[in-house]
Design a protein around this ligand. Structure first.
Ligand code: HEM
Length: 474
C-alpha cells in the first residue's frame, strides 16, 4: 500500500475535497445498504464497500457534471487515486460494465510496444464524437498506419526547423511586448495563445490577427462542448478548397498534403479536416500546461533557474551571429522541461486488451480479452522505486540514463505522441527565450488545481511579471 506524507495528504484533500465528500457520502449509503442486505451472510471486506462507494461517487458526479467526456478521464484518475491508496500498484475494477486494470509498474513495456498484436489503443466514444471518426485517435487499426504516415510531414526535421525559426520570432516578439508593458500576464493563457497561433501557421498558414481570434473563439467553445465543431469544419473545408484552386506555394501542412495527390496514398478531405482538429486539440493544451509547470517549478527552484539561465546565455554568446540551433540549447533546458513534465503528467493510455500475462516481482496478473488496461504514467513518474525522492524537482536526475519505460509522458511504441518533437522544440524555444532574456516574479502562489481538466493545471494559470535582463543590468 502506498504511504502518503502529511503534506501530500493535505494537498490531495485540498484539491479533491468535493470528491472526497461525495465518496464519503456514497460510502455511508453503501455501508448502510450492504449491512442491511447482508445481515447474516459472508464477510464484508472493507475493500468491496470502498470500491462500491467509489463507483457510486463516480455515478453521482456523472449525473451532475456537464462535460461527460472530460469527467470520464477525471473519474479514471480519481478512481485510480483511491484504489491506489487502498491496493498499491496494481488493481482491477469494473467500471460501466468493463473490467479495468491499472498498471503503474514498468511492465507497461509489454503493452506499449506490442504493435497492436495483443493490445489496441482505445479512446472513450465521446472523444471520437469530438474529434471526428477519421481522427488518428479513433480510426481502426487498418487506417491508423496509413493516416499516421501521411500526417507525419509537418513533423519531419525539415518542417520542424522552419517551425522553430517562426516560433522563435513569435515568442521573442510577444515576450518583448509583455515586458515593455510591464503588466502581469497568465502563463497558461499566453502559451495557449502562442501554441494555437503557431499551429494554425504550421497547418494552414493562417497568421492574421482577425482570423486567429475568430478561430480561437470557436475553439474555446469547442473545448467546452462540441457545438463549435461544425463551424471549425466549415472553415477547414473553405481553407482546403481555396488551397486547391490557388497557385501560390506555402510552407505548411496543407501544402505537403497536396503533394500526396500525385502518389497512390492520400488523405481524403474529411480525414484531413478531422486530423487538423486532432492536431490542434492534442497539441495546444498539453504543450501549454507543460510550459506553465516549467515556469512554476523554475520559480520555486531558483538555483535550477540560475543554472539554466547561465547555460542559455552562454549558448546565445556562441550564436552571436543570430544563428539559432536547437541542438545547442538542448541540455539543461530539456532537463528542466522533462523534470516538470514528469511532475504533472497524467495522460493515461487506455487499451482494449487481448490476453497477456504481465508479471512483476510481486504480482502475476492475467489480462483477459476485452479488459481495459490503463498505464498510469503519473504514478510511474512518482514511484520512489523508480525515482529517488520523486517529489523533488531535480532536472539533474536526467543526467544519468534512466531505466527503460520509466519516463513516458509521450507514451511509447506505435501510438507514441505524433507531436513529440514539435512539443519538445516548442518548450525548448520558450524556456530558452524566457530564461536568457528575462527574470520573472509569480504573482499568485495559489496551488489549487483546476477542476475537471484532464491535464493537471493550476487554477491561477501562473500569472507572472517579466523583467528584461537588460533592464536589470542598467
Ligand atoms: C507536452 C506536450 C504533449 C504531451 C505531454 C503529449 C502526450 C501524448 C500522449 C501521452 C499520447 C498518447 C501516447 C500513447 O498512447 O502511447 C499522445 C498522442 C498523440 N499526440 Fe501528443 N502530447 C503533446 C503534444 C502534442 C503535439 C504538439 C501534437 C501535435 C501537434 C500532438 C499530437 C498527438 C497525436 C496526433 C497523438 C495520437 C497518436 C496516435 O494515436 O497515433 N501531441 N500525446
Amino acid at each position: 500500500m502506498m504511504i502518503l506524507k502529511m503534506e501530500e495528504l493535505l494537498f490531495l484533500v485540498k484539491n479533491n475535497y468535493d470528491m472526497i465528500l461525495v465518496v464519503l457520502f456514497s460510502g455511508l449509503i453503501t455501508r448502510f445498504l450492504t449491512t442491511k442486505l447482508r445481515k447474516s451472510s459472508a464477510p464484508s471486506p472493507d475493500a468491496s464497500v470502498f470500491l462500491l462507494s467509489v463507483k457510486l461517487s463516480r455515478f453521482f458526479r456523472l449525473l451532475i457534471a456537464p462535460e461527460v467526456a472530460m469527467i470520464l478521464f477525471v473519474f479514471a484518475d480519481y478512481g485510480n487515486l483511491h484504489l491506489q491508496i487502498l491496493y498499491g500498484k496494481w488493481f482491477k475494477t469494473r467500471l460501466f460494465g468493463k473490467v479495468h486494470v491499472s498498471s503503474q509498474v514498468l511492465r507497461c513495456k509489454n503493452i506499449l510496444t506490442n504493435d497492436f498484436q495483443l493490445f489496441n489503443k482505445g479512446y472513450v466514444k465521446s472523444m471520437a464524437d469530438a474529434v471526428g471518426k477519421n481522427s488518428l485517435l479513433c480510426v481502426p487499426l487498418e487506417s491508423h498506419k496509413r493516416i499516421r504516415r501521411l500526417l507525419s510531414a509537418p513533423f519531419s526535421m525539415d518542417s520542424l526547423s522552419k517551425f522553430v525559426q517562426k516560433f522563435d520570432k513569435l515568442v521573442s516578439r510577444r515576450f518583448k511586448k509583455m515586458a515593455e508593458n510591464g503588466n502581469s500576464f497568465v502563463v497558461l493563457d499566453f502559451t495557449m495563445k502562442i501554441a494555437f497561433d503557431a499551429m494554425c501557421d504550421m497547418l494552414m498558414s493562417i497568421t492574421d490577427e482577425y482570423s486567429l481570434k475568430e478561430m480561437e473563439k470557436d475553439f474555446t467553445l469547442y473545448y467546452k462542448g462540441i457545438k463549435a465543431r461544425e463551424r471549425l469544419m466549415r472553415l477547414f473545408e473553405e481553407t482546403i478548397a481555396n488551397r486547391r484552386s490557388s497557385k501560390e506555394a506555402h510552407e505548411d501542412f496543407l501544402q505537403s498534403i497536396k503533394r500526396f495527390v500525385f502518389i497512390d496514398e492520400k488523405l481524403d478531405d474529411s480525414e484531413i479536416m478531422d486530423n487538423m482538429l486532432t492536431l490542434i486539440t492534442a497539441g495546444q493544451t498539453t504543450t501549454a500546461a507543460a510550459i506553465m509547470w516549467s515556469v512554476k517549478f523554475l520559480d520555486e527552484n531558483k538555483q535550477v533557474q540560475d543554472i539554466l539561465r547561465e547555460e542559455q546565455l552562454s549558448y546565445l554568446e556562441i550564436n552571436q551571429k543570430g544563428l539559432f540551433f536547437v541542438a545547442r540549447i538542448l541540455t539543461r533546458c530539456l532537463m528542466a522541461q522533462r523534470s516538470s513534465k514528469r511532475h504533472y503528467e497524467c495522460l493515461m493510455c487506455c487499451y482494449g486488451s487481448h490476453v497477456l500475462l504481465l508479471t512483476t516481482a510481486k504480482f502475476r496478473v492475467e489480462i483477459k480479452k476485452g479488459w481495459h488496461v490503463n498505464i498510469d504514467a503519473t504514478h510511474i513518474h512518482y514511484d520512489p522505486e523508480v525515482y529517488k525522492d520523486p517529489l523533488h524537482f531535480n532536472p539533474s536526475r536526467f543526467d544519468e540514463i534512466q531505466k527503460p519505460y520509466s519516463y513516458i509522458p509521450f507514451g511509447s511504441g506505435p501510438r507514441t505522441c505524433l507531436g513529440i518533437n514539435m512539443a519538445k522544440v516548442t518548450m525548448l524555444v520558450f524556456l530558452h527565450r524566457l530564461t536568457s532574456g528575462y527574470t520573472w516574479t509569480v504573482d499568485d502562489l495559489d496551488l489549487s488545481l483546476e477542476k475537471k481538466s484532464h491535464i493537471p493545471r493550476l487554477k491561477s494559470g501562473v500569472p507572472i511579471t517579466l523583467t528584461s535582463l537588460k533592464d536589470d543590468q542598467i
